[in-house]
Design a binder for this molecule. Structure first.
Ligand SMILES: [Zn+2]
Ligand SMILES: [Zn+2]
Length: 135
């Protein structure tokens, strides 16, 4: 089943054919800054399962010192994609789950990098918490 995603200004749209299984809420400082939020939720997809529908030319990349690449809309600033060395090896990319207009049947299974969780958000679910990446 295809899921459609878009940025805030809706100039960038894309669809994903299927999602890989596990994904978590990431509380690292970089995700906080990138999303402007307490944590990020990215879901991993195979690159061949992601298709751009419009606005691909508006994508802009930020490459951090640690080699991770975060991609956002240069018009409205929506954070859209995350890629690390792991993703490049596996030919996958991580997509911001909140960019999807409607999505059902997926559930996060962990909190990661909770060592840098913000003090103004409490985790009130029973998902496993990892101080860094899931072990
Ligand atoms: Zn946009
Ligand atoms: Zn993170």
């Amino acid at each position: 089943m295809k899921s459609i995603a878009s940025c805030l200004c809706k100039k960038i749209t894309f669809e994903v054919n299927s999602f890989l299984e596990s994904f978590g809420h990431c509380h690292c400082n970089m995700c906080q800054k990138f999303h402007g939020a307490a944590f990020s939720t990215f879901i991993e997809v195979k690159k061949i399962d992601l298709h751009w529908l419009s606005g691909e030319v508006l994508l802009k990349e930020y490459r951090a010192d640690n080699g991770t690449v975060r991609t956002f809309c240069s018009c409205c600033g929506s954070s859209l994609l995350f890629e690390s060395k792991y993703n490049r090896n596996e030919n996958t990319i991580e997509v911001a789950l909140a960019a999807f207009d409607s999505i059902t049947g997926v559930h996060a299974d962990a909190h990661i990098y909770t060592e840098s969780k913000v003090g103004w958000f409490d985790i009130n679910d029973n998902l496993p918490q990892h101080r860094q990446y899931r072990s």
